[in-house]
Ligand binder design. Structure first.
Ligand code: FAD
Ligand code: SF4
Length: 507
């Protein structure tokens, strides 16, 4: 019987070796391994895995195509519901979603749905990495550091890309009416180029809209570019092809444009002719604990630390970006962000402690990330809560003062609340403290756009289709939910694209 085959293990870099480099940890399946793993699926009549996928990918259907060796067919099935298979196959919390519900997991090991999705995404990216277009730095709004190519030459971004014969490449063919006369496509602005913005933009472009993404940073991708490290999500191999495929649909990306500062939403709609706007600006505002000593030198938010390393390439000797990894680092928090910051600091040469106030069972990070972090030598100080950052005589971090915790009654999240044990204070030697306690949406857009309501948590108020409190303006992803997941952001972007299409057809 097919389900007797044990789950096909995936090859990974040796923990001792990878703790010193930024190359990808997991090598993924070969074609033979993927086909063998795919053969384990029972093709259940009522597949629980599909119901547990936030965007309901038809999992048994794509797995069946892999088993038959039909990889383009598998990609087609996934593409109906997801535009980022190589990304989601790597970073989705499958153990609590599709794989967590797979029937084979009840008595044995679930089908490796994530690794199979990743395999399909990688195969397709390898085949279809086509013509590459530059992002437009600053665009009409000017400003921003010039982007450089691999040889260090400035890429101006203002010249339209051209074909071998010098003719301009305009993206998708311009729409035309029954007589072949050109029809001006309706313009839609997307703010933010994370998974929500990219998914919304590509669906709208496929529907024939003229789509422009405005991105505050100098590179597109959102958290996929600036937050999640190279060793989990290789930028050139995975993210770049995903962004290129969005651009190949004709979507324009203007980087170095902070909407709310460089230009407002009202200016985009009133002066620039955008008929609808999608806000996918994420939740990039870091939280701190509010304990004494957080202003000493050597205390960072995980967002700053990871952005310096990932977006600004501090880990590479050919970049000048300064980063302070220190000798002994305490990372406070237990989510994916904490694991990424800890494993990054380790690779930069530090001894790293994760300081978390509950137990391992409550760690919100993906199980695979915790496992990898432990293998690499991260030290977990559990049931431990910081109470003060202690300085040396020059104002730099010397130690993190903590208190031991025990678990009490469950709180409103259902998790047992940690309670401090009186008199249990102690110090952890540290020269760097990285706070990874969660993030919230930046209030800039809500503050500069009249009529956009927010929730008590500072998120944009929007319905399930992304409609905000202002007609023509839609929103989705972390900007609406608060810090969540890539797949939810992507799903929200796609749902909003449908709603924007309806809105524009009816207005
Ligand atoms: C370190 C880290 C690790 C994570 N690991 C995982 C994981 O393993 N699995 C998982 O599923 N999820 C993970 N997440 C969460 C996931 O990345 C996010 O939920 C997802 O990226 C949200 O997508 P988004 O499109 O809503 O926003 P983002 O990805 O945050 O993108 C928003 C974009 O908008 C831009 N922007 C913001 N304001 C403006 C403005 N005013 N004008 C123009 N542009 C603007 C930002 O620069 C950014 O590029 C992780 C998050 C972090 C930070
Ligand atoms: S639940 Fe598991 S075995 Fe059943 S269809 Fe889904 S992946 Fe296959």
């Amino acid at each position: 019987m097919a389900n007797r085959i044990p789950r096909v293990p995936v090859r990974e870099q040796d923990p001792k070796v990878r703790a010193t480099n930024f190359e990808e940890v997991c090598y993924g399946y070969s074609r033979e391994e993927a086909m063998l793993e795919a053969s384990r699926c029972l093709h259940c009549k009522n597949p629980r895995c599909v119901g547990a996928c936030p965007v309901n990918i038809q999992i048994p259907d794509f797995i069946e195509r892999i088993a038959q060796g039909d990889i383009p067919g598998a990609a087609e099935v996934i593409a109906r519901d997801s535009s980022l298979p190589a990304v989601c196959g790597r970073v989705c919390p499958q153990e609590t979603q599709c794989e967590g519900s797979c029937i084979l997991g009840v008595k044995g090991e679930a089908v490796a749905i994530g690794k199979l999705e990743r395999f399909v995404g990688d195969e397709i990216a390898d085949r279809s990495l086509g013509e590459q277009r530059p992002e437009v730095a600053g665009g009409r709004y000017g400003g921003g550091a010039p982007i450089k190519d691999a040889n260090g030459a400035a890429v101006t971004g203002v010249e339209p890309p051209s074909k071998a014969n010098g003719a301009a490449v305009t993206g998708v063919e311009p729409p035309s009416d029954a007589n072949g006369a050109a029809v001006t496509a309706t313009r839609v602005a997307i703010i933010g180029s994370g998974p929500a913005g990219l998914a919304c933009a590509s669906d709208l472009a496929k529907m024939g809209y003229d789509v422009t993404i405005f991105e505050a940073l100098h590179k597109a991708g959102g958290v996929l570019e600036y937050g999640i490290p190279e060793f989990r999500l290789p930028k050139d191999k995975v993210l770049k092809p995903a962004i290129e495929s969005v651009k190949a649909l004709g979507v324009k990306i203007e980087t170095n444009v902070i909407v709310g500062r460089t230009v407002t939403i009202d200016q985009l709609m009133d002066d620039e002719g955008f008929k609808a706007v999608f806000i996918g600006t994420g939740a990039g505002l870091p939280k701190f604990m509010g304990i004494p000593g957080e202003n000493y030198n050597g205390v960072f938010s995980a967002n700053e630390f990871l952005t310096r390393n990932n977006l600004m390439k501090a880990y590479r000797s050919d970049y000048m970006t300064p980063i302070h990894a220190g000798r002994k680092v305490c990372v406070v928090g237990g989510g994916n962000v904490a694991m990424d910051a800890a494993r990054t600091a380790l690779r930069l040469g530090a001894e790293v402690h994760i300081v978390y106030r509950r137990t391992e069972t409550e760690l919100p990070a993906r199980r695979e990330e915790v496992h990898h972090a432990k293998e690499e030598g991260i030290i977990f100080d559990l049931l431990t809560n910081p109470v003060e950052v202690l300085p040396d005589d020059k104002g730099w971090v010397r130690a993190l003062k903590c208190v031991r915790m025990e678990l009490g009654e469950p709180d409103e999240s259902g998790r047992r609340s940690p309670v401090a044990i009186p008199g249990s204070e102690f110090e952890i030697d540290a020269d760097t403290v990285i706070m990874a306690l969660g993030t919230s949406p930046n209030p800039l857009i809500a503050k500069t756009t009249a009529g956009l309501e927010t929730t008590r948590r500072g998120c944009l108020s929007a319905g399930p289709d992304g409609a905000t409190t202002r007609p023509g303006i839609f929103a989705g992803g972390d900007a609406v939910t608060g810090a969540a997941t890539v797949i939810l952001a992507m799903g929200a972007g796609r749902a909003a694209a449908k709603a924007i299409d309806e809105y524009l057809k009816n207005s």
